[in-house]
Design a protein around this ligand. Sequence first.
Ligand code: LRY
Length: 223
Amino acid sequence: MLEKLKAGLVVSCQALEDEPLHGPQFMERMAMAAKEGGAVGIRANGPCDIRAIRASLDLPIIGINKRKQPGFDAFITPSMEDARLVHEAGADIIAIDATTQSRPEPLEQLIDFIKNDLGKVVMADVATLEDGIRAQQLACDVVGTTLSGYTLETRQRNRKDPDFDLLRALISTLDIPVIAEGRIHTPEQARDALRFGAFCVVVGGAITRPQEITRRFWEGMKG
Ligand SMILES: CC(=O)N[C@H](C=O)[C@@H](O)[C@H](O)[C@H](O)COP(=O)(O)O
């Protein structure tokens, strides 16, 4: 399954409840458009969106279930129940928060459940090199730089650009594939990520969040 993503572009099609394009009908269309443009895979959030995309697309899907539980910081597929929903909706790869943020269930247990009970590939969304090392030790299949800049530990970095320092550190340290994800806004950045040795590149907002794209244009126009 992972091999199908190699050196390619995975498009993250996500719109949360407070976003104008929220709804499986929009995300399914977005995914179709991404495929037409050459995407080799789709990253999608929530059983409804994943199911809709699965029904009309034959590309590999990296599925997540974003859920903020009171008292816990991890929000990307934080529990076995979330993983089960993503699995049943038809995702091929299940991505999880694999940082040290507080979580409702032990990370070891969640990884074991996805790999052995559900029989799915696990993508570890990490924020630091240490997260990546632990994810590899816990037998995750692939890691992504997804959460750099989004955890308490890394938020102060407050970056607008991709965290290529983390990408390179993960690539030179780990034996498992490393996916570049997060704040990749241009084809040049995506190409650089591959040049550094990223297994593939996931791009979200720069392709599928028109409000972000519009804002960047407008900010750029104002100078
Ligand atoms: C931190 C977090 O919640 N990231 C989410 C993970 O699935 C998505 O909101 C991002 O769009 C995705 O990671 C792709 O990144 P970008 O949209 O920057 O290209």
